[in-house]
Design a protein around this ligand. Sequence first.
Ligand code: NAD
Length: 380
Amino acid sequence: MNDDAAAESQKATPTIIPVDLGDRSYDIVIGRDTIETAGEEIAQRLPGARLAVVTDATVADLHLSTLTKSLDASGIEHVEIVVQPGEGSKSFATLESVIDDLLAARIERADAVLAFGGGVVGDLAGFAAGVVLRGVHLIQVPTTLLAQIDSSVGGKTGINTPRGKNLAGVFHQPDLVLADSGVLDSLPPRIFNAGYAEVAKYAMIRDAEFFDWLENNWRAVAAGWPERDEAIAIACGGKAEIVAEDEREKGQRALLNLGHTFGHALEAATGYSDRLLHGEGVAIGMVLAHEFSFRLGYCSQEEASRVAAHLIDVGLPTRIQDIRGDLPDAAALMRHIAQDKKVKRGKLTFILTRGIGQAFIADDVPGEAAEAFLKEKLDS
Ligand code: NAD
C-alpha cells in the first residue's frame, strides 16, 4: 500500500469510544464520513427498526441526502421531521409538534428517533424520544463540534422554559452516537470555535496533558483529519468517563459545568441570542472560573492567564467586555446565577480549580464573594 492509500484506509477506520453504563452501554463511533455508512452501523445495532430523522433546516439542506442515501442502501425505513434552526426550537411548542409528527408516522417502541444536528436538535429530539410512547430508541448523529463532544453523549435531553434554559427534560441515553468529523467542514468558524471551548473544557477539568496538546495542535484541529478526530475522541473519552462514574449528576458529573455558572448567567443576560453563543459564554465563564479560583487562593495567576491566552489564540471571547451591547450589573447577574440549577439551599455551587486539569466542586461559595468578583470584572 502506498502512503496515500494507507492514509485513506486509516481515515476510513473509525475510533470507537465505549460509554460504560451497564445494560445501557453504547458506543460513540468517530470518523471522517461516517454518515455515509450510518445505515450499516444502525442496521447492525437496531435490526428492523424504523427511523424518524429529526433535523433542522440548515443541516437538512447540507447533509440530509447523504444520510438518507446510506439509510436507503441498508434498507432502513425512515421519515424526516425538519425543525427551524436555533435555540428557539428547544420549546414546548416544537416538542409538541415533533411528538405529533412521530405519532403520525406511527412510531413504535422498537423504532428509533435519529437526532441529526447540533445540540438544539439533539436535546429536542432526545427529549421527544424519551417521552413518546414512554421512550423509544435514540440515535445521536451530531453535526456540530459541541454536539459531537458534549451534548450527544451522556443522555441529558431537554428544552428551555420562559423561566430558564434546559429546565424541562429527561435523562435518555442513546443506543449509538455517530460523530462524522467531516460534516464539521461546513460549520461557520464562529460555531466551530464555540464547540472548541467545550473541547478545551475537558482538558481544563482533568487532563493537563491534553491542554498542552491543544496549545500545540489547535490549528490542525480546526483544519481537519487526523488531529480533529483525535481531539473529538479524547474529549468524548473524557465525557464518557465522567458520565460512567456519575450518570445522574449526583457528584462528579457536575465538573462538566466548569465555566457554566458564569456562562449561563451571561447567556441569560444576553437573552440566549446571537450576541453570545453557548460555547462563547462557557469560554468567558471558564476564564472567570480560573480567575475566581485565583482570587479565592486555589489557583495561580499564571494558570489563569494561560487559559485565557489559549482561548484568545483560538479566537474566542474571554472577557465580559468582549460581549457587544449593554449588560446588566453584578447584582442582576447574581440573580441569574441564583436561578440556575447550581444552587443548593442558598449556597452557590461553583466548579473551581487548583490549576489546569485540577477542577473541583465547591458547594459552599459565598454569594457575596462571587458578586464582588463580578462587579470588579464588569468595572475593569
Ligand atoms: P445548534 O444546534 O443551534 O447549532 C448551531 C447552528 O449550526 C445551527 O444554526 C445549526 O443549524 C447549524 N449547524 C449544525 N450543524 C451544521 C453543519 N454541519 N454545518 C453547518 N451548519 C450547521 O447549537 P450547538 O452549539 O450545536 O448546541 C447548543 C445547544 O446544546 C444548547 O441548546 C445547549 O443547551 C445544548 N447543550 C446540551 C448539552 C447536553 O448535555 N444535553 C450539553 C451542552 C450543550
